[in-house]
Design a protein around this ligand. Structure first.
Ligand SMILES: Cc1cc2nc3c(=O)[nH]c(=O)nc-3n(C[C@H](O)[C@H](O)[C@H](O)COP(=O)(O)OP(=O)(O)OC[C@H]3O[C@@H](n4cnc5c(N)ncnc54)[C@H](O)[C@@H]3O)c2cc1C
Length: 397
């Protein structure tokens, strides 16, 4: 990443988004972040905060200032009795796992990877799987952010629950988050089991499997029409209790939940009401088998508990998330565009960080608290300093 004025460039993980901002800056403190926002305001430049670029949409792309996350890292403070920690927003989730274990704590869940920043994961409603487990944002009990005037604002569930509900999943449109206070759980170990099965066997067992396990998901491989089912359950056993058992592992949660994804891909994911999950998957399966027989990347099926963040994809409803993938070197837009109406017809809400074509006109139909979010966004950023072209289509259309 070049950082000299006028020559900066930024691109995302999959390579599908790049931009040339006026400058990219890496503030080393919350005060420096606030100063950056005030300077940008005086120069009438837009500001977009970057995480590690693991979103597939042009969320960070900016012709103004891109804020790099590297200077705002680590745990600020912790409270062992309440199982709470204040974490700086640029902290990569992977770097949080072991320090939290040393404190005897862990996040209740993680997504498929742990190389995102905390700020990026919260902004897009990043989630893992598990019927009783909310997205990562649902563990945020307080947040500090810099508004468009360069003022530091703190909000918590006690003093301003509505603002907190807006900040938990904000797509970076309300301000630049400097730190968040997370409600954690006592450190726990998980037993992972991976089982291959026919698609029909998986679908027959789906309801009971999603209820039986703390975490359950399956990947459907279209070219062979078979699945890989993955479950994770709490255990007191030790890793050595499982010698040579194929497809099984035991370990502390931050070592077991995330995977390593080395191959580049693009992805579309929608969150549909839980009760529509099986029918939605069946329609996607049928469409891929009949119209896109060349697709070999899997479809992923996960569950997610309801929450109350205004823009959470699981707002107000138990949810199933279904995602389609395509290799990073292959065209993906026509394939995704063909599948997207199936998700939409099932009442789906697109993942904020993944590929979709929805604008404000569509999105306001699927978010009951849409206008309340807009009111708070405009209150803290009346000039749209934190918007870019993509966010204007999401929020101003
Ligand atoms: C391989 C891979 C696996 C993935 N797995 C999952 C998964 O299991 N579950 C899931 O839900 N998603 C998943 N995602 C999507 C990913 O978690 C989200 O796109 C997430 O936002 C990426 O975080 P990031 O740090 O890369 O943020 P970026 O992509 O860089 O930014 C995302 C958004 O966060 C905003 N932002 C970042 N920091 C701040 C801040 N401090 N203040 C305000 N706004 C901020 C940005 O402005 C932007 O709008 C995956 C993506 C990839 C590439």
């Amino acid at each position: 990443m070049a950082q000299s004025r006028g020559e900066a460039s930024w691109s995302n993980w999959s390579g599908s988004v790049s931009c040339r901002p006026v400058r990219a800056e890496q503030p080393g403190s919350e005060a420096a972040l606030a100063d950056l926002v005030r300077r940008a305001r005086d120069e009438k430049l837009s500001v977009r905060v970057a995480g590690t670029g693991h979103s597939f949409m042009p969320l960070v792309a900016s012709d103004g200032v891109v804020v790099l996350p590297g200077g705002l890292q680590g745990i600020e403070s912790h409270d062992r009795d309440r199982l709470q920690v204040w974490v700086r927003s640029g902290t990569v989730l992977h770097d949080l796992g072991d320090p939290l274990l040393e404190l005897g704590m862990a996040m209740a869940n993680l997504g498929d990877i742990d190389v995102q920043t905390l700020g990026g994961a919260l902004a897009t409603g990043t989630h893992g799987t598990g019927r009783t487990l909310g997205n990562l944002s649902s563990c945020v009990v307080a947040i500090r952010f810099v508004n468009a005037e360069g003022e530091v604002v703190t909000c918590s569930g006690e003093d301003d629950p509505e603002l907190l509900r807006a900040l938990r999943v904000s797509v970076g449109a309300v301000g630049a988050v400097s730190a968040a206070c997370l409600q954690l759980v006592p450190a726990y170990k998980l037993h992972e089991r991976i089982v291959r099965a026919s698609t029909d066997e998986c679908l027959e067992a789906l309801e009971s499997e999603t209820r039986r396990h703390r975490h359950f998901e399956f990947f459907w491989y279209p070219h062979v029409d078979r699945v890989e089912m993955k479950s994770l359950d709490l255990t007191d056993e030790e890793p050595d209790d499982l010698p040579d058992r194929k497809g099984e592992r035991i370990g502390w949660s931050p070592h077991i939940i995330p995977s390593v994804r080395e191959l580049k891909f693009n992805e579309m994911e929608y969150a549909v009401p839980e009760e529509h999950g099986p029918a939605c998957f069946a329609a996607v399966r049928e469409r891929i088998r009949t119209v896109h027989p060349d697709v070999v990347w899997p479809v992923e099926y996960r569950t997610l508990a309801s929450d109350d963040a205004l823009l959470s994809t699981a707002h107000g409803r138990p949810t199933v998330t279904i995602s389609v993938h395509q290799d990073g070197s292959l065209p993906f837009r026509d394939f995704f565009a063909d599948v997207e109406p199936i998700f939409w017809d099932c009442g789906g809400r697109p993942h904020w960080g993944k590929v979709h074509t929805r604008t404000a006109r569509d999105l306001r139909q699927v978010y009951p608290r849409w206008e309340d979010f807009q009111t708070l966004r405009e209150q803290h950023d009346p000039q749209g300093r934190f918007l870019n072209d993509h966010l204007r289509t999401l929020f101003l259309d």
